[in-house]
Design a protein around this ligand. Structure first.
Ligand SMILES: [Zn+2]
Length: 257
């Protein structure tokens, strides 16, 4: 829905996830949202910290909302008119492990997405958060799922089949820390990288690329494989985005687990 009020002021209706919020003035919040139609947007929720506010309780991180905002071209902030829950995700907010992994996802979205992004990342996030809330699949696997698809959407998906250098079929090897390419054990012998992968990890990634997150229920892997996979995913983020060298969410997770 989209009503034109004047040539510069519009009321925009969209759905959005809460990425984070900060206090503003005595009673308001500044809320950073990731929306399906407009990418990352910043809104001011006036009076939201008052107990009787119509906005009370809406802006916990990860909540999915239906919002109406007063959108003004060229302004960094917009004013929020109304908000309703589409899905508050109570279940996964009460699972500390899910919160840790979901925080990595929202921190990456916060640091990489811009106004007017493509809706595919929003849809991916929605599918992953619904599964986290369902509480059947490991949140760690779901966060791999998110990033494997996120890499592909951003144009740097892994080529899981062939070595990027000699083009032979891949079974094991290392990821180049220069460009994120997968290299076979022969070609990666002399490269300076500790990002090892094996056939099991390649199979997990390829399964994830082909299937809905619900199917992750069938995946089981050892502690060693889980550590290796976290490392590959987190380092791939660093290779492709300079501003993801230090993620607070990963630091917190390493302290807690
Ligand atoms: Zn090779």
């Amino acid at each position: 829905m989209y009503f034109q009020v004047s040539s510069i002021m519009n009321i925009i209706n969209t759905q959005a996830f809460v990425l984070k919020k900060k206090n503003s003035g005595e009673t308001s919040f500044i809320v950073h949202l990731f929306s399906i139609d407009h990418g990352k947007i910043i809104v001011i929720a006036k009076g939201a910290r008052k107990n009787k506010s119509k906005f009370h309780g809406f802006f916990e991180q990860f909540s999915m909302l239906n919002i109406h905002i007063n959108y003004k071209e060229g302004r960094p902030y917009h004013f929020l008119n109304s908000a309703e829950f589409i899905e508050p995700f109570w279940q996964f907010k009460n699972n500390p492990i899910a919160v840790l992994y979901a925080s990595i996802i929202t921190e990456v979205i916060y640091k990489t997405q811009k106004y007017y992004s493509d809706s595919s990342i929003y849809k991916l996030l929605k599918a992953v958060f619904y599964e986290m809330n369902d509480n059947k699949i490991s949140p760690q696997y779901l966060h791999w799922y998110f990033f494997i698809h996120f890499f592909k959407i951003n144009g740097f998906g892994y080529n899981l089949e062939f070595c990027n250098h000699c083009h032979k079929k891949l079974t094991n090897g290392k990821i180049s820390t220069k460009n994120g390419y997968l290299l076979c054990s022969n070609c990666s012998q002399n490269i300076n990288s500790d990002l090892f992968f094996n056939n099991e990890i390649l199979n997990i990634f390829s399964f994830m690329l082909k299937n809905h997150p619900k199917k992750l229920l069938n995946i089981k892997c050892s502690e060693k494989i889980r550590k290796m996979t976290d490392k590959l995913i987190w380092n791939t983020l660093k290779i492709h985005f300079d501003n993801l060298m230090h993620l607070n969410s990963i630091k917190t997770l390493n302290k807690m687990i």
